[in-house]
Design a protein around this ligand. Structure first.
Ligand SMILES: C[S@@+](CC[C@H](N)C(=O)[O-])C[C@H]1O[C@@H](n2cnc3c(N)ncnc32)[C@H](O)[C@@H]1O
Length: 189
C-alpha cells in the first residue's frame, strides 16, 4: 500500500511506466516513494535531477514539489527520451512543475542558475564524482545530494564514494534501499 497522495489517473500512469522500467532503467516504486518523502522531509523547493530517462522518477519528484510550489529541473542527453519524458510529465499534469533540459549533464550543471536544495544523480555512474563536484557549489548549505545505484554499481564509482566520505564539505551516509542510495548532506560551515 502506498502512502503517496496519488490520483487514480497518476497511479495508472505509473503502473504503465513500471512495465517498461528495465528498458528505461527507472528507479523502483519504493525509491520513488523515498525521494517523494525526502522532498517533504527536507522542505526542498528547487531540485535538480541528473538523468531523466522517460521521466518516471521526475514524476515522483514532481508530485511532491507540486504540493509545496517547488520545481524540478531534470537533465537528459538523449533528445528522444527527453521528448518521451515531457509527454509523460504532461500526462501526469506536472508540466508546470518539471522542466526537462536536453544536453550533457556536466555542461547543464555548470550552467545552472541560482541556489538548489536537492540534487539527485542517476545518469552515467562513472561520472558521479564530476556531477557531484559541479553541483555542490550550487547546493545551499544544508542541501542534500542523493546518488542512485550506489550499492549495485558501486564498483563503477569508487572515486565518488571516496569523495563523499572524505570531503569536509559533506556528511555522507549509505542507505540500503533498492539498488542503494548515497546521501550527502552539505555542511553549513
Ligand atoms: C538510469 S537512467 C535515469 C532513470 C530516471 N532517473 C528514472 O528513474 O526514471 C539514466 C539516464 O541518464 C542519461 N544520461 C547518461 N549520461 C548522460 C549525460 N552525460 N548527460 C545527461 N544525461 C545522461 C541516459 O540517457 C539515461 O536516460
Amino acid at each position: 500500500m502506498s502512502a503517496l497522495p496519488l490520483t487514480e489517473y497518476r497511479r495508472a500512469l505509473l503502473d504503465r511506466l513500471e512495465r517498461t522500467a528495465s528498458e528505461y532503467t527507472n528507479i523502483s516504486p519504493e525509491n520513488g516513494a523515498f525521494l517523494h518523502l525526502m522532498v517533504h522531509a527536507t522542505g526542498a523547493r528547487r531540485v535538480v535531477e541528473v538523468g531523466t530517462s522517460n521521466g518516471y522518477s521526475a514524476i515522483y519528484f514532481g508530485m511532491a514539489l507540486e504540493t509545496v510550489g517547488g520545481r524540478l529541473v531534470s537533465l537528459e542527453k538523449d533528445p528522444e527520451r527527453a521528448d518521451l519524458a515531457r509527454r509523460y510529465i504532461e500526462e501526469a499534469g506536472l508540466s508546470d512543475v518539471v522542466e526537462v533540459r536536453v544536453g550533457d549533464a556536466l555542461e547543464l550543471l555548470n550552467a545552472l542558475e541560482g541556489e538548489w536544495d536537492m540534487a539527485f544523480l542517476d545518469a552515467e555512474k562513472r561520472e558521479y564524482r564530476r556531477y557531484a563536484e559541479a553541483v555542490l557549489p550550487r547546493l545551499r548549505a544544508g542541501g542534500l545530494l542523493l546518488a542512485d545505484d550506489t550499492q549495485s554499481l558501486r564498483h563503477l564509482m569508487p572515486d565518488f564514494v571516496e569523495w563523499a566520505y572524505a570531503s569536509p564539505d559533506v556528511e555522507a551516509c549509505d542507505i540500503s534501499i533498492d539498488d542503494g542510495l548515497l546521501l550527502c548532506w552539505k555542511r553549513s560551515e
